[in-house]
Design a protein around this ligand. Sequence first.
Ligand SMILES: *[C@@H]1O[C@H](CO)[C@@H](O)[C@H](O)[C@H]1NC(C)=O
Ligand SMILES: *[C@@H]1O[C@H](CO)[C@@H](O)[C@H](O)[C@H]1NC(C)=O
Ligand SMILES: *[C@@H]1O[C@H](CO)[C@@H](O)[C@H](O)[C@H]1NC(C)=O
Length: 388
Amino acid sequence: MNYLKEVVILLLGPYLILLCRRVSGEQISSKGVINLAHRQSKWTPLMQMSANLSDITSIRSFFEFRTLDPEGAVFYGDTKEGQDWFVLSLRDGIPEMQIGKADILVSVKGGRKLNDGAWHLLELRNEGKFVVLEVNNKVELVVGLHSKLVEDDLTGKIRLALGGMLVDKQKLFHPFEPEIDACIRGGHWLNLSTTWDTDSTWEPRPCFSEIKKGSYFPGTGVAMFNTSDLPGLKTEEAGITVEIFGSWTGTMLSLQSTGFEYILAVLDGNKDVKEVQLGLKEGSESVALPREPETLTFTILKHSLVVNSVTELEKESLDFFSMWKKGMLLTFGGVPGDSEKAKSTHDLRGCLEKILVQGQVIDLDRALYKHTAVSSHSCPTEAMNELT
Ligand SMILES: *[C@@H]1O[C@H](CO)[C@@H](O)[C@H](O)[C@H]1NC(C)=O
Ligand SMILES: *[C@@H]1O[C@H](CO)[C@@H](O)[C@H](O)[C@H]1NC(C)=O
Ligand SMILES: *[C@@H]1O[C@H](CO)[C@@H](O)[C@H](O)[C@H]1NC(C)=O
């Protein structure tokens, strides 16, 4: 376990340094294209702004929004330093609003699924005691809220934030996974011309012009899971299967535990076959895989590891089932900590359309650690042409 902790610290090290090096933040035009993905921390908003309530002429914000991600934080607003707050998120692709005001907590979900990869115009506004959400100029959700405990006062500050919240997640009525792979453009925020403040750890990233479903690994960065958080064994005969669909080259995955490391890489072979290189740290073996269909099935049996029905490793001394249950590191896209060393392996480059563990879809937003360069729910269509 100590070994695993070291790996985690190694990975998070640069990130902690970045956090400590907080200097004055950058300012981003509120009307431009904003990529909500690729952030360093889960709940801290990507950007925020604040204004005096007395300056607000219109309690209305609208923006275009595009995602393929089913869940995450989109837009947040509060007054009274977070005593009264509001958050718009997605759950199962459907908009959900949660509001906290005095002693009231509200959660409402409804309307059409928005995670279809198309741009949608979202509008949020206050109409007296109601909050209204419009999608593509059609009213989709209306929430009314009244508390006898509070007087509405129009002094003080209003804060807005994108891709996170400024209050503790414990305040949520219905918890959700905040990370979202989404883009926003053409925003109008309460008719303010204020710019967004970001912190210096944020690296602006462009939005792909055309997207398709999948997780995109650009050639740097990994996504790491603790296997004890993933679906477990059903039957010993079937073992544990990891299925990967897509188009890629480089190191697909690695499996690590105390004193054990396994790396599965896919190197570009000739036209018809892709070479798959496997191995423990020292020597490695190769097996040819057909190029079509590009599916990789990695099966973990009690004492062996199997790739597309070919047994690649047998170790009677290891019990992979109990190691899986206790918690190994399963890393997609490379080997944890490798980027600090000389590049001995090639990080994954390509689009993983789907990753299944025991038949269940794996969401990279739920990884223990995901590098900010990896897109959890969208692949650029243009880069894929380049690859093939
Ligand atoms: C808000 O009002 C305070 C004093 O009333 C003022 O000092 C401050 O600059 C104002 N902030 C903005 C963003 O206008
Ligand atoms: C928005 O702001 C502009 C200029 O600041 C102002 O002329 C306009 O009336 C405002 N619109 C609304 C709906 O308040
Ligand atoms: C993985 O999960 C197990 C069980 O929850 C835990 O004991 C272990 O420390 C975790 N490993 C890492 C690297 O987080």
